[in-house]
Design a protein around this ligand. Structure first.
Ligand code: NDP
Length: 490
């Protein structure tokens, strides 16, 4: 395409040089071997098994981590049950709150350490772990600390009671933040917890366990079991667990729902998504482009509520896509610990393979694939920001969760068509609307089957705001007053 005068070519944009701005890593001390956190102590797995966690940006091992087996799940649930009966349940809410405030403050004090460790273990840009994951994790503890002595005013009955031991299984995309989302409301409500972080990102959950020790949290109130899916399954199935909270794939969510059925355990599932980010012809284009970019390339697209389907009104598709490509060409991909980096590493080889396979299917099914000129590092797991145009609703890239930096673009002509296309998915976690008209926002929001609808923004999170899905995106809400309901027998 000929360039407008004064408009730089994409290659020139991609070549803009930035001086390196590396984040120092000496704030973090990673022990070569890391135990499970049970009953307030770090202990080896009963059978001594360990696995390695690697830095996805370099493929180098960071540490060995204990691999929990059935005996460890039994020990952790027993420790959590004892702490529940003897200490945490009888403790007045105002006292529990003090521990949560203390944990929140220590996360803030050790924020840099958490951010660096998260970027090392997960591959996400330091800018995101520093400015999003860690502050939001602290904010969750602050927020729920405030609820601990006010549960009877939460609108859940005059004397809501905790449930007991919560078994919590979390994914690798926001390791610390998901731990905070799970632990903070459970603890505020008076439950004790056994948390199973994802196999590829165990380190910040272990640092959070250390923070619990530092805060003087009574032993057994929080337990952390590192390990694989089998440890998660054993935790979910344990008869001593009264509440199960899971965030991850819809596939595993279905297995967990089946395992829990008929046991009387309370269950919340926060699963996948295929969100539509809908841009109308009256939207402020520059802001919308920022929202599209943030919606899909934030955290390498490893976001359950990512705006992975762009629905753009046909009359403005060309200018929007033109500006979008220019903006995407400015994204810096590379070292997650460089403060200029926008797009970091893919979390694991398995995830990279999945992204490649789905992207190849998009091309084979006839969509047009585009990535900006961008060099991928030689080692590590990397995938360039990618945009597919000419996508039809039957394509796999329009239906399946890719969970990577890949955007599928579809067009629409009328608001009715936008709603029909947006809802044409088995998921229903989030959606975005970009338009100048408030009335249109309300009209659309009413019809979109999504748990969260953002208007003229995207991926905005706040501990006071409930978050959760419809249909195959799961059930139950996390965050806000609603998030307490999952942890109380009201
Ligand atoms: P999973 O759903 O497999 O993993 C989530 C968590 O569940 C991990 O801690 C995992 O352990 C654990 N787990 C795995 N199997 C079981 C089981 N049978 N019972 C209990 N717990 C279990 O996600 P993956 O990491 O495998 O990712 C696969 C796909 O899922 C991604 O490509 C993406 O599409 C989607 N995904 C969606 C997320 C979301 O927030 N919506 C988050 C993560 C993934 P382990 O780490 O050992 O596997």
């Amino acid at each position: 395409m000929p360039q407008k005068q004064g408009t730089p070519a994409l290659q020139d944009i991609a070549d803009w040089a930035y001086a390196p701005a590396p984040q120092a890593t000496d704030v973090v001390r990673i022990a070569p071997e890391n135990g499970l956190f049970i009953g307030g102590e770090f202990v080896p797995a009963a059978d001594g098994r360990q696995f390695a966690t690697v830095n996805p940006a370099t493929e180098e091992p960071l540490a060995q981590v204990a691999e929990a087996g059935q005996a460890d799940v039994d020990r952790a649930v027993a420790a959590a049950a004892a702490a529940y009966e003897q200490v945490w349940r009888p403790m007045p809410g105002r006292e529990r709150a003090k521990y949560l405030y203390r944990i929140a403050r220590i996360i803030q004090e050790r924020a840099r350490e958490f951010a660096v460790l998260e970027s090392l273990d997960n591959g996400k840009p330091i800018r995101e772990s520093r400015d999003v994951d860690v502050p939001l994790a602290a904010a969750h503890f602050f927020y729920y600390a405030g609820w601990a002595d006010k549960l009877e005013y939460a609108g859940l009955g005059p004397a809501p009671q905790p449930l007991g031991v919560a078994g919590q299984v979390i994914p690798w995309n926001f390791p610390l933040l998901m731990a905070a989302w799970k632990l903070a409301p459970a603890l505020a409500a008076g439950n004790t917890c056994v948390l199973k972080p994802a196999e590829t990102t165990p380190l910040t959950a272990l640092l959070l366990a250390e923070v619990c020790q530092q805060a003087g949290l009574p032993p057994g109130v929080v337990n952390v079991l590192t390990g694989d899916g089998a440890a998660g399954a054993a935790l979910v199935a344990h008869p001593g667990v009264r509440k199960v909270a899971f965030t991850g794939s819809t596939e595993v969510g279905k297995e967990i729902a089946a395992a829990v059925a008929g046991t009387g355990k309370k269950l919340t599932l926060e699963l996948g998504g295929k969100a539509a980010n809908i841009v109308f012809d009256d939207a402020p284009v520059d802001q919308a482009v920022e929202g599209i970019v943030g919606g899909i390339f934030f955290n390498q697209g490893h976001v359950c509520c990512a705006g992975s389907r762009l629905l753009v009104q046909e009359s403005v598709a060309e200018p929007v896509l033109d500006r979008l490509r220019r903006r995407v060409a400015t994204l810096r991909l590379g070292d997650p610990l460089d403060k200029n980096t926008d797009v970091g590493a893919i979390n694991s080889r398995a995830q990279l393979d999945k992204i490649r396979e789905l992207s190849d299917s998009g091309q084979e099914e006839g969509a047009e694939r585009w990535s900006p000129p961008c060099e991928l590092p030689e080692r590590g797991f990397w995938f360039p920001p990618t945009i597919f145009t000419g996508v039809s609703q039957s394509h796999r890239i329009a239906r399946e969760e890719i969970f990577g930096p890949v955007l599928s673009v579809l067009t629409f002509r009328t608001p009715e068509e936008a709603v029909a296309k947006a809802n044409n998915t088995p998921y229903g976690l989030s959606a975005g609307i970009w338009t100048d008209k408030g009335s249109r926002i309300l009209w659309m929001a009413k019809r979109l089957r999504a748990g969260v609808v953002w208007a003229n923004t995207f991926n905005k999170f706040d501990p006071a705001s409930p978050f959760g899905g419809y249909r195959e995106s799961g059930y139950g809400r996390e965050g806000g007053r609603h998030g307490l309901a999952a942890y109380l027998d009201a």
